[in-house]
Each structure stands twice: as structure tokens, then as C-alpha cells.
Design a protein around this ligand. Structure first.
Ligand SMILES: Cc1cc2nc3c(=O)[nH]c(=O)nc-3n(C[C@H](O)[C@H](O)[C@H](O)COP(=O)(O)OP(=O)(O)OC[C@H]3O[C@@H](n4cnc5c(N)ncnc54)[C@H](O)[C@@H]3O)c2cc1C
Length: 404
């Protein structure tokens, strides 16, 4: 039976919660990780099919995974570096190109399947000293000092100095704590699937902006030696009614429509895996903490996938909170002390809000049908493409390098 008392309980074993627990594992603090399906995540280490959910990891996220010791094993599997990024306006002639060679680095980022990341984190957690508790949190325990632990749906309860909610965009812990969110629908859904194209993807991340929403092709590799892969993961964000009509197409018609919308950049779309349609909602918690409780990752903020920043922001939350916790531990400060949590919020909230505002502006700018705006954004893209300094700054921000 798992002990009842911990310094820190992390709730949620997605990419963010698992990284949080592993980041603190060597601290000497008593850490527990609670999630409903830990066994399933541990069992599924090798997969034949690509996961339809992938993320474009920035250099900053890769550095965190290197520090956690999971990067070498991930890199031996299906991690695909992208060395170029080509972004263009489907309604005009504006375009912008980024290249790793121009920036003097090996890759702009890496495309990795979500479940491979989680499986590697789980494998590392098994021997990390973190206590793994399978269960769904059904409530918070309050003490005079604030949140003092969690109760599970089966009635079990566990006490902690600090509880970290990493339970995703629909965070139950955020609701239990009564923390409000600013939330609005983008009016779009994202269709995600894996496709095989006639031509190889050239290790390039492609994004075409259309008035109905952006379409991204993200390169995938079957192994590290797979140099001419023709597999890509697509994220097609589209106004909801248009997304529904795309989902209703059979595979052949969808493949044709997709290739056409992508201007046949990689030739015909020859194969399409099962499609998934995810409604896109932006959420931002009004605060990232309460005494004894901190929110990280999607529990604190969820954002449009058009710039592939969601989990990258969550992993920056992990590093910022971990540093505050370790500093407090060195100084003998209690885990629930609000000064720790306030500093964490101060460090992360401004940056997350800036990124969310930028994504909202992009979405609106590229969703506009007004001819003046069309002209303006095409001029802006062309100018940015021809100004190396500005381009360099944009690329470094997107890679998370401005923060590291
Ligand atoms: C279409 C799409 C494309 C995206 N592409 C990118 C990209 O390219 N780059 C990028 O950085 N981000 C991307 N994102 C965002 C990224 O997927 C999310 O930011 C990320 O998955 C959030 O991880 P998380 O660990 O915070 O939450 P989640 O992955 O949602 O994990 C939450 C965990 O909490 C557990 N849980 C939930 N409730 C409870 C409870 N009551 N008790 C215990 N456990 C609980 C769940 O079981 C789960 O383990 C994309 C998102 C979408 C929708």
C-alpha cells in the first residue's frame, strides 16, 4: 500500500505531469504521481502505427528531456528533426522560410508522437523513486494552510505539502479549487491524422494559412535512419462546419481535398490513417495557484495548435516551478508557501499570455477576408522573410531559445 504523506503530489500523467514528477524525483522530496491509467501507459511501449497526436518540440523542451534522461531513448525511436519550415499565405503570395542551417543549428525542432514521450517518461519514472498511484482525483483536502492533499474516487486520501495539478485542459482540480478560467472557442476544430505522400517531406514543417484555418504537414520518420520518409502528421484547423464536412468525406475524397488544399507540395496524398476531430478551445486560468496548489500545462492554459506551442509552454512551466521548489527546499521554506507559487506565476503567466495573444492575432489576421488585411499580411510576410534579423528573432522565439 502506498504511503499516505508526501511533500508533493502531482496529479495527471500526461507529458507535463510526468515530466514534473520526474524533474523532482532526485530532489530527496517525497513525490507521488496520481493518474487513472498508469498501468496502460506503462504497458504500451512499442507501437506499430504512428500516434495521430504529435508535438513539435522546441530546443528548450528537448533540453528538458535531455536533463530528464529520456532524450537518447526517444531519439532512437521515431523522432523526426525538421530542418526547414515553410509558411505561406494560401490567399496571396506572402511566404516565410526558416532554415536550421541559416540559424547555425542542426534542427529547428523535432516532431515526436505524444504517446512515445509519455511511455519514455513512464519507463524512467518506474525506477525514479516517485510513488505511482493509480486513481482519479475526486476532491481536494483543505487544511488551515490551504490545499493539503487529494481524495480519490475510490475513497482513498493522500496528504501533501503541495499538490500540482497537471490534469489537462478540463482540469477537475482547477474546478475543485474554484479557480475560474477565461475561455472561448476558436470556432474551429483540428483534424489530425497520419498521411503518406507521393514525395518525401524533406524534413520540412509546412504550414499553409487559409481563411478557413491553417493546415500543417509535420514530418515523421519510421526510424533515425529513415532519410526519405513520406509520412507526415497533419493538423488541419478548420471552421467547425467545414471541419465536419471534411470528416464526412471518404478517405479517397479527403486525400484529394487535402492534397489540393496543400497545393500538392508533396504530390498526391496516397494514404490516410483514421481521422480525429478535436474542437479548439482557448482557456486561461485566472490564477496559477492557491496556497498548497499549483497549476501547470494545459490545466493552466490551452492554446491554438497553429504554432505548436502548447506542450512547450507546459514544459517551461515545469522547469520554472521545479526551480522555485528546489530553491525553497534549499532554504528550508515550506512547500505550500505562497511566495514560491507567486514567483512561479509571475515568471510564467506573462509569457503564456503573450503567446496566446500572438496566436489569437495570427488566427484573426489569417481568417480575415478583408482585402486591405489580405494585402497587409502578405506585405508583412514578405518583409519578415527578407529581414534576416527579424526572421532570426522570430525563429529563436518559436524554438524557445529566447528563454533558455
Ligand atoms: C491538434 C493539436 C495539436 C497540437 N500540437 C502541438 C504541438 O505541435 N506542439 C505543442 O507544444 N503542443 C501541441 N498541442 C498541445 C499539446 O497536445 C498539449 O498542450 C498537451 O498534450 C498538454 O499536456 P498536459 O500533460 O498538460 O495534459 P494532458 O495530456 O491532457 O494530460 C492530463 C493527464 O491528467 C489525467 N487526469 C485528468 N483528470 C484527472 C483526475 N481527475 N485525476 C487524476 N488524473 C487526471 C489524464 O488521465 C492525463 O494523464 C496540440 C494540441 C492539439 C489539440
Amino acid at each position: 500500500m502506498a504511503p499516505r504523506d508526501y511533500d508533493i503530489i502531482v496529479v495527471g500523467a500526461g507529458m507535463v505531469g510526468s515530466s514534473m514528477a520526474l524533474r523532482l524525483a532526485a530532489s530527496g522530496l517525497r513525490i507521488a504521481l496520481v493518474a487513472p491509467s498508469l498501468e496502460r501507459k506503462l504497458d504500451t511501449h512499442q507501437y506499430e502505427e504512428f500516434d495521430p497526436r504529435v508535438v513539435a518540440l522546441t530546443a528548450a523542451s528537448r533540453e528538458l528531456f535531455e536533463r530528464l534522461g529520456i532524450w537518447p531513448e526517444l531519439a532512437r525511436q521515431r523522432v523526426c528533426p525538421y530542418r526547414k519550415m515553410h509558411v505561406w499565405d494560401g490567399e496571396g503570395s506572402g511566404k516565410i522560410d526558416f532554415s536550421a542551417a541559416e540559424l547555425g543549428c542542426e534542427a529547428l525542432g523535432h516532431i515526436v508522437e505524444n504517446r512515445l514521450i509519455v511511455a519514455e517518461l513512464m519507463t524512467a519514472l518506474k525506477s525514479s523513486g516517485v510513488t505511482m498511484i493509480t486513481g482519479e482525483v475526486a476532491g481536494l483536502i483543505y487544511t488551515e494552510a490551504g490545499v493539503g492533499g487529494v481524495t480519490l474516487a475510490d475513497g482513498d486520501s493522500f496528504h501533501s505539502g503541495l499538490t500540482i495539478a497537471a490534469d489537462g485542459a478540463q482540469s477537475a482540480l482547477r474546478d475543485f479549487a474554484g479557480i475560474g478560467v477565461r475561455e472561448w472557442s476558436y470556432g474551429q476544430s483540428a483534424i489530425v491524422t497520419t498521411v503518406r505522400t507521393a514525395q518525401h517531406h524533406q524534413h520540412t514543417a509546412w504550414q499553409r494559412f487559409m481563411a478557413t484555418g491553417p493546415l500543417a504537414f509535420l514530418p515523421l520518420c519510421e526510424s533515425p535512419d529513415d532519410v526519405d520518409s513520406r509520412y507526415s502528421s497533419i493538423v488541419w484547423s478548420a471552421d467547425q462546419s467545414f471541419a465536419a464536412s471534411l470528416m464526412a468525406l471518404n478517405d479517397t475524397d479527403f486525400a484529394e481535398r487535402l492534397a489540393q488544399s496543400f497545393e500538392h507540395c508533396l504530390g498526391a496524398v496516397e494514404q490516410v490513417a483514421k481521422r480525429h476531430c478535436i474542437p479548439l478551445v482557448q482557456r486561461h486560468a485566472r490564477t496559477y495557484f492557491q496556497p498548497g496548489l499549483a497549476l501547470v500545462g494545459d490545466a493552466a492554459h490551452s492554446i491554438h495548435p497553429l504554432a505548436g506551442q502548447g506542450v512547450n509552454l507546459g514544459l517551461l512551466d515545469v522547469e520554472a516551478l521545479a526551480q522555485e521548489i528546489l530553491r525553497a527546499q534549499n532554504r528550508g521554506v515550506a512547500m505550500a508557501d505562497v511566495s514560491i507559487l507567486r514567483r512561479y506565476e509571475r515568471e510564467r503567466m506573462g509569457h503564456n499570455l503573450t503567446m496566446m495573444a500572438a496566436m489569437e492575432s495570427f488566427k484573426r489576421l489569417f481568417g480575415a477576408r478583408d482585402l486591405r488585411l489580405l494585402w497587409l499580411r502578405n506585405c508583412a510576410l514578405r518583409s519578415a522573410d527578407s529581414l534576416p534579423l527579424l526572421k532570426n528573432t522570430l525563429a529563436r522565439e518559436a524554438m524557445g531559445l529566447s528563454l533558455s
